[in-house]
Design a protein around this ligand. Sequence first.
Ligand code: ATP
Length: 140
Amino acid sequence: MKKQFAIIGLGRFGSSMCRELHHMGHEVLAIDHNPKKVEAMEPFSTHTMVLDTTDENNLIRIGIKNFEHVIVAIGENIQASILTVLHLKDLEIPEVWVKAQNSYHHKVLEKIGADRIFHPEEEMGNRIAEFLTSEKVLDY
Ligand code: ATP
């Protein structure tokens, strides 16, 4: 079934999520405050928007409330990530999934109601370690 996603922050993680969801046939709104990042995602998203998501009015203006699922992939700027998530939960977005930078960031995200928190580098490291030690690879 076709779903609607908004992705905020088009770094390596956000842009690869954007490409993949778009490739799978879902509707994707790609958002970043850097126009170059937004332009680069135009071929791989349904809509794009240049926007600073730390301002709640910006989120209201673009109708973010129509989205059930928003992914926040702002990493280094922890303050921007936290403010954005705070606004999204205030606006009652049901599913807010967030990339965390470290354990302190994770704790704050939990407190303000993030629905799912990712640590992509750690999770990928674990997966690759599992894959490396899986029977198939050991046999090979
Ligand atoms: P990655 O490792 O996935 O490349 P990162 O952890 O280095 O990402 P950043 O580069 O800090 O994360 O952030 C990802 C994106 O979020 C950047 O493209 C940045 O322009 C965008 N971003 C940062 N602050 C805001 C904001 N207030 N509003 C919208 N986008 C923002």
